[in-house]
Design a protein around this ligand. Structure first.
Ligand SMILES: Nc1nc2c(ncn2[C@@H]2O[C@H](COP(=O)(O)OP(=O)(O)OP(=O)(O)O)[C@@H](O)[C@H]2O)c(=O)[nH]1
Ligand SMILES: [Mg+2]
Length: 654
């Protein structure tokens, strides 16, 4: 069978990423071999390489229950297994959010997080770090039947009393079925598991694809992490509707609350109208059926306030059958290839641009620094040669005088250096202040005091106020830290500029840095918080108090994460600012020492002038070669980054 477009496209993307990896690695190794690298550059290139290696592409499937998410995942990704890999059946099937990915260090397995972890502190991200919290079932890749049986556990439920369900925040008083079940026997069926991780060596998952399958609205509403981090971090979200149910109230609710707000240029969002095979009425002509599909598509688009071109009608079930049975006509009729093409067109170029830009930015910084260093070295050595040429035919007195001069320059520089270092202490104290304000300790205290304030308040107004205060303080800390950052940059730039003017050092352009994107991320979390309060927490029952508390914990862990990123980025920036200055200072010091050495040796007649000039000219040649090589290595990286996948594909097909 031909590979699907998406599979094909994704493989090309992976190959592109591997090619970029090899070329960045070549840069790192070359710099270190030539002794031009410094700890900072090496760290940055290693980070780039780590990111390229651990790069994932996250695709989330979201919809009300039974719209065919699991079936669509089976059809797009798992048809090679010739049967349903993920369980898909009428009614609620997938009971918990399910991530599919591949981690080579772990055996193929299904890992499940028990539902009672809902009353334990910690978010799903925290539990992922605690291997013991999960129940693990190995997956037998040799037997598709066994595998399907194991995966049926994704649909596990259990009967609990109302109080237990409430303590997990799983009671929905508006749900008629719940009310009926409780009235009948006082029990209610809830999911047995809270989250599932499937480690599966599928070729695409091996290359970094991560698929997120979700259950319907009930689960999305009760698992804050889905809304706060899993959906926003997905590179593509597929939202499913079904032709047999039409667009229902809860479909619209999911769309409005969980998908429409998640925006961003780097994110693909596709609406799928599934189950169109229900419209394949044998008594109708193909034209009539087509007209019906067009009509339904238009009405879905209308209800979601989207252009009709963004809604893709498909039949996931028929597509799966078609792929399993190699039925090309049925596959075309299922229209899955159109959806796959759209998905790859939206997904892969966005993702490629994202990875390309971030890699390019880092590499450029490192290359500029290395180039600056080599150029400084070149011009210094050139000066030395000129100076030595000037000594031709001069008597010993003149040489003696030059030696005194070189020595004086060196000493003057060393005095300047002391001043420079004294000013650096001022810089260090500013940095210390910044670290405190932005630091994790302050944030943890703030989380602690908010938690206490929330425990004490019994009304939703109190909870809201406590969380509102939390946001204001966090925002305030970020804003002040950002001001500090700008001050520090201005101060260091001025300081270095003055020093380099006085002593003729190479120019350094300290990188910009701002906390703006973290402030934006906080604003996004705040919007979700507002939204949540307005929809879910208006009435405060016991269970909802729990739910609010858990919502806050997830929110807090997200804020902690934002701060961790902000801190680590700020630390890297501090290093990136200081380290080129240090390199230039060090280089200048070495050159001054060499110059003094040259003149001294000639003065002491241990070397002739010509020998010395020849020696230095050799090193000028070396530096020139290094500059050439660096430019070539950099050009190769730029070329790899700019490789347009669609162009490559077209070329290959032609
Ligand atoms: N006729 C038809 N039925 C489909 C199609 N896709 C899925 N179904 C059926 O719809 C039912 C629900 O499909 P699932 O894949 O379990 O749906 P889901 O969205 O994953 O549902 P939950 O896991 O409960 O959230 C199953 O019985 C599928 O066989 C389709 O394209 N056509
Ligand atoms: Mg499902």
């Amino acid at each position: 069978m031909n590979p699907t477009t998406l599979v094909d496209e994704f493989e090309q993307y992976s190959a592109w990423r591997d090619a970029v990896f090899v070329r960045v690695e070549a840069l790192r190794d070359w710099l270190s071999l030539q002794g031009i690298s410094d700890a900072e550059s090496e760290m940055r290139l290693n980070q780039v390489l780590g990111r390229l290696q651990g790069d994932t592409l996250n695709v989330a499937f979201v919809a009300e229950f039974s719209r065919g998410k699991s079936e669509l995942i089976n059809a797009i990704f798992f048809s090679d297994y010739r049967q349903r890999v993920l369980p898909s059946s009428a009614g609620r099937t997938t009971m918990c959010p399910t991530e599919l990915y591949f981690e080579p260090i772990r055996r193929p397995s299904l890992r499940l997080l028990p539902i009672d972890t809902k009353i334990r502190p910690g978010s799903i991200a925290d539990f992922k770090r605690d291997a013991d919290a999960w129940t693990e079932f190995p997956l037998n890749l040799e037997s598709a039947d066994e595998m399907s049986t194991t995966l049926l556990r994704l649909a596990d439920t259990m009967q609990v009393d109302a109080a237990t369900a409430e303590s997990y925040g799983l009671i929905n008083p508006d749900d008629e079925e719940t009310a009926r079940s409780l009235a009948r026997d006082g029990c209610i069926a809830i999911p047995r598991w809270r989250h599932a991780l499937i480690n599966f060596p599928h070729p695409l998952l091996k290359q970094g694809l991560v698929i997120l399958d979700t259950p319907g609205l009930n689960a999305i509403g009760t698992e804050p992490e889905l809304t706060l981090s899993m959906l926003p971090s997905a590179h593509a979200v597929l939202f499913l509707l079904a032709a047999d149910t039409g667009v229902t109230k809860s479909d619209i609710e999911i769309w409005r609350h969980h998908i429409a707000p998640v925006q961003g240029a780097s994110r693909a969002r596709l609406v799928v109208l599934n189950k169109i095979d229900g419209l394949w009425d044998e008594l109708k002509t193909p034209a009539e059926i087509e007209a019906e599909i067009v009509k339904q598509t238009a009405s879905c688009a209308d209800l979601l306030d989207l252009p009709a071109s963004q809604v893709y009608p498909v039949s996931a079930q028929k597509a799966l059958v078609a792929k399993v049975r190699n039925n090309a006509d049925l596959l075309v009729k299922s229209r899955l290839p159109d959806l796959e093409a759209a998905l790859s067109q939206e997904l892969i170029p966005c993702k490629q641009a994202l990875v390309s830009d971030s890699t390019q930015a880092e590499v450029e910084d490192v290359v500029i620094r290395a180039t600056e260093l080599l150029e400084t070295r070149l011009s210094n050595t050139q000066d030395q040669v000129d100076e030595l040429h000037g000594l031709r035919g001069k008597n010993r007195d003149v040489i003696q005088h030059m030696m005194v001069k070189a020595n004086e320059d060196k000493q003057q520089f060393e005095r300047g250096l002391q001043q420079f270092n004294a000013l650096r202490n001022v810089f260090a104290s500013h940095v210390e202040l910044l670290r405190q304000r932005l630091g994790m300790e302050v944030l943890r205290e703030l989380v602690g005091s908010t938690r206490q304030a929330m425990e004490k308040s019994y009304f939703s107004s109190g909870l809201r106020e406590a969380m509102g205060r939390f946001f204001r303080q966090v925002d305030g800390n970020l804003a002040t830290s950002d001001e500090n950052i700008q001050e520090i940059r201005a101060m260091m730039t001025a300081m270095y500029q003055k020093f380099s003017d006085e002593h003729g050092l190479g120019a350094v352009n300290p990188p910009e840095h701002s906390l703006h994107k973290y402030q934006k991320e906080m604003a996004r979390l705040e919007r979700i918080f507002e939204e949540r309060f307005n929809t879910f927490f208006k009435m405060l029952t016991q269970g909802q108090h729990q739910l609010t508390a858990r919502f806050f914990e997830t929110l807090a862990s997200k804020v902690v994460q934002v701060f961790e990123y902000a801190n680590s980025e700020t630390e890297s920036w501090l290093k990136a600012m200081i380290s080129p200055m240090e390199t230039q200072v060090r280089e200048h010091k070495i050159q001054l020492k060499r110059r003094l050495e040259s003149v001294s040796r000639i003065h002491a007649a241990t070397e002739t002038l010509d020998e010395r000039i020849a020696e230095i000219e050799v090193s000028i040649g070396t530096v020139r070669d290094q500059l050439d090589q660096l430019a070539r290595i950099n050009a190769r990286i730029t070329e790899a980054l700019a490789d347009d996948l669609s162009r490559t594909r077209l070329a290959r097909r032609a």
